[in-house]
Design a binder for this molecule. Structure first.
Ligand SMILES: [Zn+2]
Ligand SMILES: [Zn+2]
Length: 182
């Protein structure tokens, strides 16, 4: 159930063309209870509920459905998985452990790049990524061929996955799913 003030706001927006300042209007409405204005407001609230209801019903009918719910803005992996090169890229869920290919780093704000069938050389360090992100060709200088692995990097961290790995098990990596549009 929505908060009364919120509803009153909506009533104002909907029915009062030249509404007085918000706070005053609410105060006035409450003060004059139980007769007069407050009854009118009750009636208006009822109308409002009905409007909402019919909107909801409309959204469920087939024709409207197409128009109103084309796409949510995008869906995020939950949980977020990394994976070896045999793990399908895409939206990850509990039931479908796809490796996220829309990762973004919350620490350096770079998009995370991935390289299939590669692993990062042990000599990788912070400076290397600092200097070479996001140029894939330059980054390849420190990638070794490793069938089945997938290497990940942003400007501040790097990781090689040999199999599906839950990102929550790798707290060092400040990566989040940046949403998928399927
Ligand atoms: Zn994702
Ligand atoms: Zn980063």
């Amino acid at each position: 159930m929505a908060d009364l003030d919120e509803l009153l706001d909506e009533v104002e927006k909907k029915f009062c063309v030249a509404a007085p300042p918000r706070a005053d209007a609410n105060k006035a409405a409450k003060k004059r209870s139980p007769s007069g204005v407050s009854e009118d407001i009750d009636a208006l609230l009822e109308d409002l509920k009905e409007d909402r209801h019919s909107e909801a019903a409309g959204a469920q009918s087939g024709r409207e459905k197409k128009k109103l719910q084309p796409q949510p803005a995008g869906t995020k992996c939950c949980p977020v998985f990394l994976g070896g090169s045999s793990v399908t890229n895409g939206l990850g869920t509990m039931l479908s452990k796809r490796s996220c290919d829309q990762l973004r780093c919350t620490s350096c704000d770079f998009r995370v790049l991935t390289f299939d069938d590669c692993e990062w050389d042990d000599s990788c360090d912070y400076l290397f990524f600092r200097n070479n992100m996001p140029e894939r060709e330059k980054l390849r200088a420190k990638l070794k061929r490793r069938r089945g692995s997938r290497s990940y990097a942003c400007q501040c961290s790097w990781f090689t996955a040999a199999e599906a790995a839950d990102l929550r098990d790798h707290r060092r990596l400040r990566w989040v799913c940046g949403k998928h549009r399927d």
